[in-house]
Design a protein around this ligand. Structure first.
Ligand code: NAD
Ligand code: MN
Length: 479
């Protein structure tokens, strides 16, 4: 199958003005399977102009009608669950079961923000002067949304749903590797009655299409998810015209296992809180901090569980670990296996390209565990973004906290203990945006999500994100 996909501007599928396409490689097989229009600054300008033209009409659509459109979009996503999941699975190389969950999450997200539209508004404020002070919550205007490749449809929905709910218009730039479900979402949005021009999608490279979007003077806000390095660059570019920015960036999160933890739960969760999406997860708890008295036993059990993992083709229902996003990325992750060994960490398992002819042609990597990692090693400091666990022993609670905080990042993390006082004490001490206690999972679309330090700026999800997609206007009426 060779798919050909064009841009979506003002409701029409259109080639890039340059006429250029780039090809997509199926990461699990190494074969080319799609051609994608390579948009650049000219196409970004067409898309932004379209979004700007419909800004006022879209803003005037009444709240009930806008709610209905977003609900309808959620319904359409569910109706197309299987085809969207298959597209996502093939495009990213992720197991089909996970892709289904993520498509459902995207639908849930549109439902959640559809419901919020007519429930959030301004305030009346008891000021000292004679009269009434009130606030209007207004759309920002044209928003540029830039998505990463690891959870394409889910993260696109996290941005798109609240941005539309607050009455903004959109130019979306999907990651160059994973544009397919975004384009389908654009078509479903039109089918749901969202007017042409409200959501425009420009595929293309980050350096050309992405950067042109960040630089465009009619774009008032950029919501970016990706690496810290590019996020920092985006923030600098946005400074020129004081664009609003939300940044969701990298992580190197800690998983703290105290000796009193429920190990039967903690061991498999420690594994899956790194290996989900083959480790290509900003929230991966890739630094595994284990209290010394249980360190050896814990790692022994963990290593055993790593032996049972089922790597395979993403569309195979029984696959637990799919392919990485590309051979280049796999090679970059494999380089860290070398780096860790040179640094003196002990490789307990994995870290090699798996045998088997079907696996050989894809971008697979056998999940690895490093033991005896020290907190300053590169493998403990840098985001590997692959299936690699770095285990570090600790002796005291204070030491565990210090190691957890010894990072430029601060996105996610977990604490495992049966002692509720300690759980709360440690939760307060860890510098992070999101944390889970006695589970490996902390992303819920109803709750705020985001990072501290170099993991980002602002929060997504929850009602909180609506503040990041609206402006407050303060109005005083004299009596
Ligand atoms: P990336 O930074 O390489 O790219 C992200 C997006 O930015 C892509 O759409 C890319 O095309 C675009 N881009 C690249 N250069 C650009 C430029 N100069 N100007 C504007 N846009 C540009 O990130 P990635 O490789 O797609 O994703 C992996 C990274 O994303 C990891 O660091 C991961 O931790 C992070 N991430 C963070 C979160 C979070 O919510 N905090 C979620 C998922 C991924
Ligand atoms: Mn990248």
């Amino acid at each position: 199958m060779v798919l050909t996909e064009e841009l979506l501007i003002n409701g029409d599928r259109t080639p890039a003005q340059s006429g250029e396409f780039t090809s997509l490689i199926d990461p699990a097989t190494g074969e080319g399977w799609a051609k994608i229009a390579a948009g650049d600054a000219v196409d970004i300008d067409r898309a932004v102009q379209a979004a700007d033209r419909i800004r006022q009409p879209w803003r005037q659509v009444n709240s009930r009608d806008r709610t209905r459109m977003l609900y309808r979009l959620a319904e359409l996503i569910r109706e197309h669950l299987e085809s969207l999941a298959e597209l996502e699975s093939r495009n990213v190389g992720k197991p089909i079961r996970d892709a289904r969950d993520e498509v459902n999450l995207a639908a849930d997200c549109f439902e959640y923000y559809a419901g919020a539209i007519n429930k959030v508004g301004g305030q009346t404020i008891p000021v000292a002067a004679a009269g009434t002070s009130l606030t209007f919550r207004e759309p920002i205007g044209v928003c540029g949304l830039i998505a990463p490749w690891n959870f394409p449809i889910a993260i696109t929905a996290w941005k798109l749903a609240p941005a539309l709910a607050m009455g903004n218009t959109i130019v979306l730039k999907p990651a160059s590797q994973t544009p397919l479900t975004a384009l389908k979402l654009g078509e479903l949005a039109l089918a749901a009655g969202i007017p042409p021009g409200v959501l425009n999608i420009v595929t293309g490279s980050g350096s050309r299409a992405g950067e042109a979007l960040v630089r465009h003077p009619l774009v008032r806000k950029i919501s970016f998810t990706g690496s810290t390095e590019i996020g920092s660059h985006v923030m600098k570019l946005a400074a020129d015209d004081i664009k609003r920015v939300t940044l969701e960036l990298g992580g190197k999160s800690a998983n703290l296992i105290f000796a009193d933890a429920d190990l039967e739960k903690a061991v498999p969760k420690a594994m899956w809180s790194v290996l989900g999406n083959a480790g290509q997860d900003c929230c991966a708890r890739s630094r595994l901090l284990i209290e010394r008295s249980i360190y050896d036993a814990f790692l022994e059990q963990l290593t055993q569980q790593f032996q049972t993992l089922k790597l395979g083709h993403p569309l195979d229902e029984s696959t637990e670990i799919g392919s990485l996003i590309s051979q280049n990325h796999r090679d970059r992750v494999a380089e860290y296996i070398q780096i860790g060994q040179v640094e003196g960490a002990k490789l307990l398992c994995g870290g090699y390209i798996p045998e088997g002819e079907h696996l050989r042609s894809g971008a697979y990597l056998q999940p690895a565990i490093f033991a005896d990692v020290t907190p300053t090693m590169r493998i403990a400091q840098e985001e590997i973004f692959g299936p690699v666990v770095c285990a570090i022993p600790f002796d005291t609670e204070a030491e565990a906290i210090a190691i957890a905080n010894q990072s430029f990042y601060g996105l996610s993390g977990s604490i495992w203990t049966r002692d509720i006082s300690r759980a709360l004490r440690v939760a307060k001490a860890i510098e992070t945006g999101v944390l889970s206690i006695n589970t490996g999972h902390s992303v819920h679309l109803e709750a705020p999500f985001g990072g501290v330090k170099r993991s980002g700026l602002g929060r997504e999800l929850g009602l909180n994100v609506l503040d990041h997609y609206s402006e407050i206007k303060s109005v005083f009426i004299a009596e």
